[in-house]
Write a protein that binds this ligand. Sequence first.
Ligand code: AMP
Length: 451
Amino acid sequence: MILGFLQECLLLWQSKYKTLIKAHMSEEENPPEKRPRPKLADHPFAPLGLKHKVVRAAISNGYDEPTHIQAQAIPMILNRRDVIGSSQTGTGKTAAFAMPIISNLNKHGKFRCLVLEPTRELADQVTQAFRTYSKYTDLKTALIQGGVGYGRQKEILAKGVDVVVATPGRLIDHYKQKTIHFKDIQIVILDEVDRMLDMGFMPDVKRIVKLTPKKRQTLLFSATIPSEIEYLAQWALKNPFKINIGQRRSAAETVNHCLYPIAREQKMELLIRLLNDMDYDSVLIFTERKIDAEVVARKLETNKHIAHTLHSDRSQRERKLALEGFKKGEFEILIATDVAGRGLDISGISHVVNYDVPRNPENYVHRIGRTGRANTEGDALTLFSADEGDAIKAIEAYIDQSIERVKLDEFEYAFTTLLQKQEVSKPVRRGRNRGYVPADTMPMNITRRRP
Ligand code: AMP
């Protein structure tokens, strides 16, 4: 019996030994694939002074070179200078501040960096960007936004985070409940400040900034910087380095935009005709009012289009599902109010349609900036009725450009004074359908869209 036991032990030992030898042999015979390590030092992001782990994140994100705002902002932020950055939408603004901050924070520690965002969607997006660019570090980023429960946020804060991306209201609630404190903050980022101004967040923003340590680095980013914001900058920032990329009041050059004059009661009919004619990948439609977003969605649904809505009357969960579904391409049409107009980075939006003319000219630039991002071409169509003439004038004055008027052939127009001076002419169709352009009626002073 003892002999049998010993034999069994021997067999077991032999089999284990053999496996080990085999493993060793196979490794020698088949050495693991030599993975070509990217040459970090040669990468165009390296000379900016970023830590290697951040450059690696830029490489793994497929960024070949820094954008203009990144080339200018990153070295300044690394040197802990205050910065005011104004840049056209879709120019890589988020990475311009997130990358140098991650590089400076370096390792997990205390809550040292606060980013304020005007909307929950933007806060979510910027949180994801911080997590992406810090994936080779142990830094932790928390998203603190309204519309969801407090419990999970409290747990995350209690565990310890380095960066908090927050909307102002919910952040103040946490501060009042003492579930967050600001005493270790070294960097404050005020992002999309013009939107915060529009949304009435300025008192909250000022209050939060006052609660942070005086010795801090402050960065202020905004697509446009009106005088009220320059005033805030003087108050909150010390000797800021100013970066102004491109014209403040222009749409991205990659967006082709035009106007479709139409009687108000025919807007829906025209929209359906345009959607039927257009060869679109995804369309973001803006309405001024939440109720109109719902009305348009229902109408489109009866015309066999799948459309979802995004506005502030929808729950946070519904907003998130709508945005995610649209981003993933689960449906092609999203109808939104201006809550989605700023900053949202949804790649591949081929068309933006303004069902209503935005009352605020800046919103026109922001809305049409949702397409044509990251150097891809996009089209922005605005349906405008006679009662919106003043808003169009204001937009054209704001962007200092007259916008091409387009009239569809083979569409039964009801009478509108807007169409009186135009002749209908043969439609010109360009590549992917961007609507019909009346070739002979094109005013001389507008830039024709690229073929
Ligand atoms: P943002 O202006 O921050 O909303 O960024 C717009 C888009 O540009 C995002 O999808 C980024 O991932 C992308 N992006 C940012 N920096 C670069 C870069 N250097 N090269 C290519 N794409 C970039």
